[in-house]
Design a protein around this ligand. Sequence first.
Ligand SMILES: *Cc1c(COP(=O)(O)O)cnc(C)c1O
Length: 393
Amino acid sequence: MDEPLIERMRQYGETIFAEMTRLAVETESVNLGQGFPDTDGPRSLLEGASRNILAGVNQYPPGPGRPELRDAVSRYRARHYGLEFDPEAEVYVTVGATAGIAASMLALVEAGDEVIVFEPMYDSYAATISLAGGVRRPVTLRRESLSGRFTFDPAELRAAVTPRTRLIMVNSPHNPTGTVFTPAELEEIAAVCRENDLIAVTDEVYEFLTFDDRRHVPLATLPGMRERTLSISSVGKTFAVTAWKTGWVTGPEPLVRAVRTVNQFLTFSANGALQLAIADALDNEGEWIERQRLALQGKRDRLAEGLTRAGFEVNVCEGTYFLMTDIRPLGYADGVDVARALPRQAGVAAVPAKVFYDRQDEGRHLLRFAFCKKDEVLDEAVRRLASWHGWVN
Ligand SMILES: *Cc1c(COP(=O)(O)O)cnc(C)c1O
């Protein structure tokens, strides 16, 4: 049979993540590749879900989501950011942020429309833009030498806009660079959206996981942005339950209705028992989130210090689960070669950041490590990397 997969999806074969995970398992490596925590979320959340299942919350919830969760999402967006959303019309529950992203692209991007996206980019953006028949316009985040953080050149952002530009995808806190956009950076983006009448879709799944004195500022809070921004978040990263795949989109009614129209035929609804438990946790587990944030900040420092000792150059990380490192001080040039060699030679798995770029040369020398792991796991990874006198070939 000829290749059955539609032409525009053929570039998305087996991902480097699958290859790295397989290698990590084969070699019994410490896996700092995929970003999932190795400890559980708050007890009340886990018990709430179990209780709901045993109490019979096991049939289809309403398509837009349980009212309890839509109310709780509306409340926390108001409490934390001063954003008011009608839980009926302006909050919609999805199967993880992943389904929210896919439904947004399919609902808002017409074939041939251009989508501006900051690279390195989370892998589902590229694939879902392609699925919608859209065209990516990457704007590269580069390491600023003075601050050590990744940011964009406003002139490059402006130059990416064309008459075909439909929307801009904004992920902050940003995976994989760890950048949390500042109010000034967000204003650059907002100005471009307002001046060119663009829709913004934001991926805020790390909204509560910011470090030091950084605070997450939703793009929707900037002047003129509430009416043109669709914000996506989810439970997985905040509460360390990445398997739960429950997310939500918030925004003005027309944008939410567009997503809802498409998503009702993709997944129809998400898991009801979990939605009820998540609603309670959003209302009541603020202190757990704060402890988790501080614990992750400590893990960031622990891994950063260890990787520096092992010879990597570690970039500034202001949020998320990830550290971005430069392998050139170790004498290597290509992160894909190093990532393929590390499991066998050092017993550690990481992800080459090159795969997150359209302009792959920009990310050739970068390797991403996840620090959302137990301290002893991080220490073991560092011990192995420090005694690695690798030979990459
Ligand atoms: C993990 C992650 C997602 C996926 O979230 P789910 O709720 O698990 O679907 C989306 N965006 C980014 C940037 C992520 O890191």
